[in-house]
Ligand binder design. Structure first.
Ligand code: 3H9
Length: 708
């Protein structure tokens, strides 16, 4: 056999072991190896049945996603897995697929080509291809409805969530759950079925008749709402629907056509970029994998406000006991009340049981004192965003915390080195910038100060994984990666309304681009007073004569802080539904008049380019200055913390798809019109555009320099 697939025999049962670490992806050689092994077993008179199993931690995590990149770049022709699966299914001897870990995508399709499936209790199965902008491409959309029924197949193929072993058994996707050693159980099962006629899933049509057509209509409706702008979920629904109308072979042909259309789309490239990006951000060139980490057994959070409460929930969710400290009983009660309400909502929605909620609540200790802080392995400060207060808090905790305790600040903009200067252990100080709501948003910006120890960074990255966050390492510049870039983005959104676009036009255009919310709605949601406070803190940095956005400050002066006061850029009813606000429109016109800004018609194209390229230009600046490790790190920040559409791959990937030459030309136009203080092109962008290169090329070069 091949290196990747091994054939052994346990008396009368052949065992085919797939061994392609780390996740047994179906790289070249694997499907062929399985087929050859099964054929060899078929010719071995001593063999009665075959078990296919994965070595290591999983069965098969799907097609090798890196191969897709080679196919779409033209490096390789498009491969197909289906013939191998038909060959497996046509084996004259029963094939039992033994699943542990995950059977995902092509892995699930391989398993369904077997005649039987047995599974470990902790395993999962699923067709997650839509998350990569594609659909199952090796008969998954045709076999799954035959096994699980059409409704479940639509759900699994269109929305991509995996299901548990127990659910797979209930749905008849698998035949048995094996407690104890999987191989032993699978071999015993194979002996049981060895003399029975082997059922082929492609011939099982009984679940395809009398299908309620509303299943497809409802799924399409949901996909249009929850997967806005993405064709793959709709294509997956079309493919599953075809299984109810066409014979298996014809259904497979339609599936292959839809798969190809999705695979060669920019969306799938963007989502694959995001998939690998999420894994790349963990790799920090000067911090080797073997760097020792501190053990985090107990945590403490200072502040029970929106951020502090959400952060504490993350620790409790991960099973880490956490103290939450406030300064007044009232603030503490309010904070704990919100945590309780959030958990109760989850219980009500069936996300977890009351018992789980109770357990998490007992892990959270609310208090007004610093009692127990000397036992904490990490203290996270989440007080108001003001340097004086933060330094005071860090001075206090430095005096109490044990020497090996990490002191993390949840600052979103402030200088981590200055915060660290309030302590005698700057090497233990780091930024942990969570995103609101901290119990929901996946991003954690880990901010490295000049003295932050490598172990502290390594611990933070590992801890983020435990907290189920995507951590991105940022350098210590004002606003770090995310908020530094957001400044110019919000600035342009406000300039556009001063220059003649309506609040609704700016919001709607960027929502249509794919953002989860328009920028002015985001400001209203976050609270306009937050930015107001930060702008006051940094007032001394404003350059005289350089245009600044004025509307938000004027709204704040009127006490209009956004959703929480019922008015901001928009007006909000009691249910916080947005309504246009003619008074704000009049205020914007007055602000423009006072500033001598000429109002004009503004196109949707200008709205997109001004906002997006302001974002990209700032991203290129901080990348060139070394505050982000790679362009993809910036993309992952924006995809996980700011509602940037995943199917556009992030701002830097988006710029690559537009073409850096075009992006630069547009920025130069804006520079000519609005001045160099606002629009000077990033030197890195200029260099890449001049050389005809992309941000992806920059990342590749960085990676090769790091490994050299
Ligand atoms: C498909 O199957 C299409 C079919 O219909 C066939 C059509 C013809 N390929 O995530 P981890 C790497 S589409 C290549 O950190 P975990 C990953 O990059 C596919 N590489 O581990 C990482 O590399 P590195 C459908 C892959 O334990 C390393 O493995 N399948 C693949 O946290 C460890 O990964 C999916 O979408 C792959 N398929 O999670 C499943 N998968 O160490 C994708 C992983 O260099 N995979 N790698 O950074 C996953 O969801 C998770 O990896 C899994 C394990 C849950 C399996």
């Amino acid at each position: 056999m091949s290196e990747l697939v091994k054939l052994t025999r346990l008396e009368d049962i052949a065992v085919v072991t797939i061994d392609n670490p780390p996740v047994n992806a179906l790289s070249p050689g694997v499907p062929e190896g399985i087929v050859q092994a099964i054929e060899a077993a078929a010719h071995d008179p001593a063999v009665k049945a075959v078990v296919v199993i994965g070595a290591g931690s999983t069965f098969i995590a799907g097609a090798d996603i890196r191969e897709f990149q080679k196919m779409t770049s033209g490096e390789k022709p498009r491969g197909t897995l289906l013939p191998a699966l038909l060959a497996i299914e046509d084996s004259p001897k029963p094939v039992v697929m033994a699943i542990h870990g995950q059977a995902l995508g092509g892995g699930m399709e391989v398993s369904m080509a077997g005649h039987y499936r047995v599974i470990a209790p902790s395993a999962q199965v699923g067709q997650p291809e839509v998350k990569l902008g594609i659909i199952p491409g090796a008969a998954g959309t045709q076999r799954l409805p035959r096994l699980a029924g059409v409704a479940k197949a639509v759900e699994m193929c269109a929305f991509g969530e995996p299901i548990s072993a127990q659910e797979a058994l209930t749905l008849a996707i698998v035949d048995r759950i094996i407690d104890g050693d999987l191989l032993t159980g699978a071999v015993a099962f194979a002996r049981e079925v060895a003399d029975r006629p082997a059922p082929k899933s492609r011939q099982r049509n009984e679940k395809l008749s009398n299908v309620d057509p509303s299943i497809f209509a409802i799924a399409r409706d949901t996909a249009r709402k929850t997967k806005r702008g993405q064709p793959a979920p709709l294509a997956a629904i079309d493919a599953v629907e075809a299984s109810t109308k066409l014979p298996f072979e014809e259904g497979c042909k339609l599936e292959a056509k839809l798969f190809s259309e999705c695979l060669y789309s920019i969306q799938s490239k963007a989502l694959i970029h995001a998939f690998f990006g999420e894994r790349t951000v963990n790799k920090i060139p000067d911090i080797p994998k073997a760097t020792p980490v501190y053990e985090i057994r107990r945590a403490a959070v200072i502040g029970a406000g929106t951020m502090g409460g959400g952060i504490a929930m993350n620790y409790a969710n991960a099973g880490i006991p956490v103290i939450v400290k406030e300064t007044t009983q009232e603030a503490l009660d309010r904070g704990i009340g919100i945590i309780r309400k959030n958990y109760a909502n989850s219980v009500q929605k069936g996300r977890f049981s009351q018992a789980v909620m109770d357990e998490r609540m007992t892990l959270i200790t609310p208090q007004l004192s610093y009692d127990g802080f000397d036992q904490a392995d990490i203290i996270v400060e989440a007080v108001f965003e003001g340097m004086a207060l933060k330094k005071q808090v860090f001075g206090q905790i430095d005096a109490i915390a044990k020497p090996a305790c990490i002191l993390a600040s949840n600052t979103s903009t402030l200088d981590v080195d200055e915060i660290a200067s309030a302590t005698k252990r700057p090497e233990m100080v780091i930024g942990h910038h969570f995103f609101s709501p901290a119990n929901v948003m996946r991003l954690l910006e880990v901010v490295r100060g000049k003295a932050t120890g490598k172990e502290v960074i390594a611990t933070s990255m590992a801890l983020a994984k435990r907290l189920k966050k995507v951590a991105v390492l940022a350098g210590n510049c004002r606003g770090f990666i995310g908020n530094r870039m957001l400044g110019p983005y919000f600035r342009e959104a406000q300039f556009l309304i001063e220059e003649g676009a309506s609040v609704e036009e700016v919001n709607q255009t960027l929502y249509d681009f794919g953002w989860a919310m328009g920028p002015l709605s985001v400001s209203d949601l976050a609270g306009l007073d937050v930015g107001w406070r930060i702008r006051k803190e940094f007032k001394h940095l404003e350059k005289p004569g350089v245009r600044i956005p004025r509307v938000a400050d004027r709204l704040c002066e009127l006490g209009r802080f956004g959703q929480k006061t019922g008015r901001g850029f928009l007006k909000y009813d009691a249910e916080r539904r947005p309504l246009p606000d003619p008074e704000t429109a009049a205020l914007i016109e007055a602000v423009a008049r006072e500033a001598g800004i000429e109002r004009r018609n503004i196109t949707r194209e200008e709205i997109v380019d001004r906002c997006l390229f302001a974002l990209v230009n700032e991203g290129a600046k901080l990348l060139g200055e070394g505050f982000a490790l790679r362009a993809v790190d910036i993309d992952i920040v924006y995809l996980n913390g700011y509602g940037f559409p995943a199917w556009r791959g992030g701002p830097m990937f988006y710029a690559d798809t537009v073409g850096l030459g075009k992006v630069l030309a547009r920025i130069q136009e804006f520079e000519a019109r609005h001045g160099s203080d606002l629009w000077s092109p990033a030197p890195l962008l200029q260099r890449l555009a001049q050389d005809g290169r992309t941000f992806a090329d920059f990342d590749r070069q960085t990676a090769s320099q790091a490994s050299a």
